[in-house]
Ligand binder design. Structure first.
Ligand SMILES: O=C(O)CCC(=O)C(=O)O
Length: 316
């Protein structure tokens, strides 16, 4: 998470129809381990079978996907983790979780037209869609915990990046981007390993091996159904959504008019204590006072101020 404006955007619904390309449905050959670089053997098979069109069984799935493409600091990109049916199912499933009256959804409805988007999302940044324990604010708009999805993401991340094993995924943030939507180079301060599922239009994704963000980035195009794993607290990264159509399924789901890409970030949230500490440190740095003092001065409640302070991108 980065920029401060994202959570504060006031945003709408319309279902304009996007035209897109179909990606062929992948067949998953039943032969495990050959193409995984040995990753599959390290993952426990899921206990139960499911009728969801989703590859819940991480070990079975890893046996038939391509080799991960390495990123700095032990991260990687894994292509085509989800096929079109699975992508659509996941998007719709997550989209059913928030209360439609939640301010995040109202915000998305207010930017459903080009004009609305230009007015309310001037910087063309991602907008919050579905949140389970936001990694900084610890806020949730989902009415149910996406428990199985969090578990799936944790298993996949641990298999792909063994250094992430000490990190437990307990937070999910699905955010939506319009074409050209972007996030400048940043690190997810105070956070660490995480897994990103990309849905919709392709995006130019850049990462820097230098934690200070120096040197040339490694550039990759992330497509619908791909997964990216990284140490996002250490590895500077930036993303820009390309002006290319999303997959055809996008036209049949609620995409709030102008939105074309959904990135689902799965990470470990700050603990309550860490969040308070971060907010206090930032408040002193930016305002020279405590959160309690700022609350008195501004009349805003402390929880809101902590949330705002923790969302600020002070990295670059
Ligand atoms: O959209 C993405 O894939 C990356 C998002 C990101 O870096 C962030 O929200 O901090």
């Amino acid at each position: 998470m980065a920029q401060s404006a994202r959570g504060a955007l006031e945003l709408s619904t319309s279902s304009s129809r996007a035209r897109g390309d179909f990606r062929p449905r992948r067949e998953r050959p039943p032969r495990p381990a050959m193409m995984t670089g040995g990753v599959a053997s390290k993952v426990k098979p899921a206990a139960s079978k499911s009728t969801d069109p989703f590859p819940w069984d991480v070990s079975e799935w890893l046996g038939c996907c391509a080799k991960p493409e390495p990123l700095p600091m032990g991260g990687c990109v894994l292509r085509n983790v989800l096929n079109d049916i699975e992508q659509k199912w996941l998007y719709e499933h997550l989209g059913s979780l928030p209360d439609p009256n939640h301010e995040d959804l109202q915000g998305l409805r207010s930017t459903a037209t080009r004009e609305g988007h230009a007015t309310h999302n001037v910087k063309n940044q991602p907008q919050s869609f579905v949140t389970w324990m936001h990694p900084y604010s610890r806020k949730t708009n989902a009415r149910q915990k996406p428990g199985r999805f969090l578990e799936w993401a944790g298993q996949l991340m641990h298999a792909l990046a063994p250094s992430s094993k000490t990190h437990r995924i307990d937070s999910m943030l699905a955010q939506l981007y319009a074409p050209g939507g972007s996030l400048n180079k940043h690190r997810d301060e105070a956070l660490s390993w995480g897994l990103i599922v990309s849905l919709g239009s392709p995006a130019d994704f850049r990462v820097w091996a230098d934690p200070a963000g120096g040197g040339e980035p490694q550039c990759t195009i992330v497509r619908s159904g791909d997964v990216v794993v990284g140490e996002w607290g250490q590895m500077p990264h930036a993303v820009t959504v390309l002006n290319e159509p999303p997959p055809a399924w996008w036209a049949s789901v609620q995409h709030f008019g102008v939105q074309r890409r959904c990135s689902i970030l799965l990470r470990q949230a700050l603990s309550d204590k860490q969040q308070r500490k971060m907010a206090e440190t930032r408040c002193q740095k930016l305002h020279g006072c405590s959160v309690a003092a700022l609350s008195k001065q501004t009349g805003k409640d402390e929880e809101y101020l902590r949330w705002l302070l923790c969302q600020l991108n002070l990295n670059y």
